[in-house]
Design a protein around this ligand. Structure first.
Ligand SMILES: [Zn+2]
Length: 319
């Protein structure tokens, strides 16, 4: 299995040394070239409400590594079939998730997430569709969020349907595996789904459902698994209610996100993609901007006029 080699935070930060940033620290100004492109985006999007689709590129400023950023080598996450079908794979998954979760749970929203809240407050968004499981949009204060690929703060029982907090399951896992976190130490990499790259997971004891002893699974949509229908419906509704689609920080590698770009393009709605590096939706976009999404979203949140107003109106000072 190819493993990401992207270091997670500065060396030696350890389990308690998660890199948290004050959102204001991440605030940077676009370059002149970026500003010209962003102004073109403002022109294209002005007067329209947007659906916003976000991916891992938005959370990198919060210290959460990207699967497919320019620096990240390809990586093969475990499939649903492997997880439910193979006790050894499941043990491996939970051991790595246990370690990774303790690391990622300290992440806080960055300036990009704050800009999204601002866009929503100004009535410019019909909804946020996110491929991230980190809950940072909700933590920042966004209201209409579709967690397309699930959420890492919840665990489901596949037998009885019980829903647990990840926090509670973490305590259970600690009781079952005393000293495991200390034994593993902090010399490993992790991924946005809290999959820490621990080599030796054989001694790890997996927790069963406290109600029915059934199989527990993090509330993620795994590879090989479909996004629940209701979630897909809500996401399409956000796109249908919108006059444009803005993509921020996703390479659109998986169809679960790309389909909304295809849908908007088919409906003749402008599509703007902001991402570092190529995306699978570039051919469908009216405008593609290759830059950091945090800076771009802050600029758009400042510069876009209210829905129904033109860019010219927005620039005019009230009497
Ligand atoms: Zn159960």
């Amino acid at each position: 299995m190819p493993l990401a080699r992207k270091p997670f935070g500065p060396a030696g930060t350890g389990l308690t040394g998660f890199v948290t940033r004050d959102p204001a620290d991440a605030s940077t100004d676009p370059t002149d070239a970026e500003r010209a492109q962003l102004d073109a985006a403002v022109e294209l999007l002005a007067g329209r409400r947007m659906a916003l689709l976000t991916g891992a590129g938005l959370s990198t400023d919060s210290g959460i590594p990207d699967y497919r950023g320019p620096d990240a080598p390809p990586r093969n996450p475990m499939t649903y079939q492997q997880f439910v079908g193979d006790p050894v794979m499941r043990q491996r998954y939970w051991a790595r998730n246990h370690v990774g979760w303790h690391h990622l749970r300290h992440a806080v929203p960055n300036a990009g997430h704050e800009a999204v809240v601002h866009l929503e407050e100004r009535g410019l968004l019909t909804g946020v569709i996110t491929q991230n499981v980190d809950r940072l949009h909700s933590d920042a204060g966004s209201i209409r969020v579709v967690d397309l690929h699930g959420r890492y703060d919840r665990v489901l029982c596949l037998s009885c349907g019980s829903v647990y907090t990840r926090e509670g399951i973490a305590r259970l896992l600690e009781k079952l595996n005393p000293g495991y976190l200390e034994q593993v130490g902090a010399e490993w990499d992790t991924a946005p789904d809290a999959d820490a790259e621990i080599a030796d997971t054989e001694g790890f004891t997996v927790a069963d459902c406290p109600v029915c002893d059934g199989m527990l699974k993090p509330d993620f949509v795994y590879f090989g698994e479909n996004v629940p229908k209701e979630r897909v419906r809500l996401a399409y509704a956000a796109v249908d209610d919108a006059g444009a689609l803005l993509v921020a920080g996703s390479s659109l590698t998986v169809m679960s996100g790309l389909r909304f770009v295809r849908h908007a393009a088919k409906e003749g709605k402008p599509v703007v993609i902001i991402n570092r590096g190529q995306t699978r939706g570039d051919d469908l976009a009216d405008l593609k901007i290759d830059m950091g999404v945090g800076t771009a979203l802050q600029y758009l949140a400042r510069s876009l006029p209210e829905p129904g107003r033109t860019q010219h109106d927005a620039g005019a000072q009230p009497d």
